[in-house]
Design a protein around this ligand. Structure first.
Ligand code: AMP
Length: 125
């Protein structure tokens, strides 16, 4: 069920629990600003979620409230994960779902990083 991206941050959401180490995840990257782990239900040969450490519901919330260091750190983490997985030369796709029309289900900002094969059309029709 997609979330309402205007809701206040829910500290009990599943990615908050992964960030606190309360739930397991296949973590591939950790730094001061972000963590990244494999999606539990991969939609491509490589499907990694990059998640900022701070409590932001969505891209909208993050772009409005995060400070410049957090934004830079998160964006750099996305790039670092892609490079570490050898995805730059073959190419890859980034996706951030926001709210109802975006189909966002977990109310903590995450960027999906897809790769490992040609990914087809940008949107299902
Ligand atoms: P979104 O629709 O953009 O909110 O995507 C949420 C993503 O989180 C989906 O691709 C799920 O498969 C993934 N997901 C949900 N729970 C977990 C979990 N515990 N570990 C890793 N990925 C998860």
């Amino acid at each position: 069920m997609p979330i309402d991206a205007t809701q206040p941050y829910d500290h009990g959401n599943i990615f908050a629990r992964i960030l606190r180490g309360e739930l397991p995840a296949r973590i591939v990257h950790e730094d001061e600003w972000a963590i990244a782990f494999h999606d539990i239900n991969p939609q491509a040969p490589v499907h990694i979620l990059v998640v900022p450490r701070g409590p932001y519901v969505s891209w909208d919330d993050f772009s409005a409230r995060a400070d410049a260091e957090e934004i830079a750190g998160f964006i750099r983490a996305v790039g670092a994960v892609a490079r570490a997985h050898g995805l730059v030369a073959p190419g890859y796709r980034l996706l951030a779902n926001v709210g109802g029309h975006g189909g966002q289900e977990v109310p903590h900002l995450h960027v999906h990083l897809f790769g490992g094969a040609p990914l087809g059309p940008m949107l299902a029709r």
